[in-house]
Design a protein around this ligand. Structure first.
Ligand code: NCD
Length: 305
């Protein structure tokens, strides 16, 4: 049985297969010829943290492929978790109703706990600040589509790097391709932990760490902005100190490559000036659309179809 828990568990062959499948799904969606590969299947989406794109794109993907959907949003309050039920017990029940379980939970490691008792494939839709593999795959798909390659790129990550589960899942995937350079740009408080950087270096990653957005903009082929993750801070004061430090301004675009793409997993708050939305280099809305095709590919893939 296949689960999608951590992007590090995916081989390059598996990644390439998912990207290829997503491309087919995109073509089917555009032509209106999506095959009902998930007919008679049920997809359960249980979200213990807020979501717009991830949950609704998984649900749309399921429906397009002919599956039925059962969904618990706001599950911390609206499921038996509120009464104290464990992730394990909730998962046992869901796996007796559904054929695939898509789960988001605030605790790092929650998806692994679900896998330990599940009889059905689990897709991790975000476990705390740890990982978000389906987002990383749609990010990869976007980079390939927009830049035409996944190697020889300078990818600059800006903002809240310590809490960004999408970054944590994307970097290992990009490391599978040769000659990529990573710029990690953040205020000190939001920088990646030392052990994480050391581990990436051991894996052969080329890395530059910077504390000013300006320093990394010029050479970047991809600028990946992130939201400062308010919900992961211990106090509002700690959040207030860093929330406005990294803002991409329209005038910054003048210094950037003409063919750079600006990505963001969304939601964005104030970290990208809203005038940038209309610039063709802003790829984040196209990126969100790609989530649908990747998630269609993943639903089919975990069932071995
Ligand atoms: C991200 C997440 O939930 O980690 N959102 C998403 O799934 N597209 C990023 C974020 O919340 O900032």
């Amino acid at each position: 049985m296949k689960n999608i828990i951590s992007s590090s568990e995916l081989s390059k062959e598996e990644v390439e297969k998912i990207l290829e499948r997503a491309k087919e799904m995109e073509e089917h969606c555009k032509k209106g010829t999506v095959p009902h590969l998930l007919k008679n299947k049920i997809v359960a989406c249980i979200f213990f943290e807020p979501s717009t794109r991830t949950r609704l794109s998984f649900e749309t993907a399921s429906i397009k492929l002919g599956a039925g959907v059962i969904s618990a949003e706001n599950a911390t309050v609206n499921s038996s978790s509120f009464k104290g039920e464990t992730i394990e017990d909730t998962t046992r029940i869901l796996s007796s109703y559904a054929d695939i379980i898509v789960m988001r939970h605030p605790e790092a490691g929650s998806a692994k706990r679900a896998v330990s008792v599940s009889t059905k494939p689990i897709i991790n839709a975000g476990d705390g600040a740890n990982e978000h593999p389906s987002q990383a795959l749609l990010d990869l798909y976007t980079i390939k589509k927009e830049k035409g390659r996944l190697d020889n790129l300078i990818i600059a990550f800006g903002g809240d790097l310590v809490h960004s589960r999408t970054l944590h899942s994307l970097v290992p995937l990009l490391l599978q391709y040769p000659n990529n350079t990573f710029y990690f740009i953040s205020p000190l408080e939001l920088a990646l932990p030392r052990e994480y950087i050391e581990d990436l270096k051991e894996k052969g990653a080329t890395i530059k760490e910077m504390s000013s957005l300006k320093d990394g903009l010029k050479e970047a082929d991809v600028l990946y902005m992130t939201r400062v993750q308010k919900e992961r801070f211990n106090s509002d004061d700690d959040y207030d100190k860093v929330k406005d430090l990294f803002i991409l301004k329209t005038k910054d675009l003048e210094e950037m490559k003409k063919d750079v793409i600006i990505m963001h997993p969304l939601p964005k708050i104030n970290e990208i000036e809203k005038e940038i939305d209309d610039d063709p280099r802003a790829a984040y809305f196209r990126q969100a659309e790609n989530g649908l095709y990747i998630r269609m590919a993943l639903l089919v893939d975990v069932l071995g179809l």
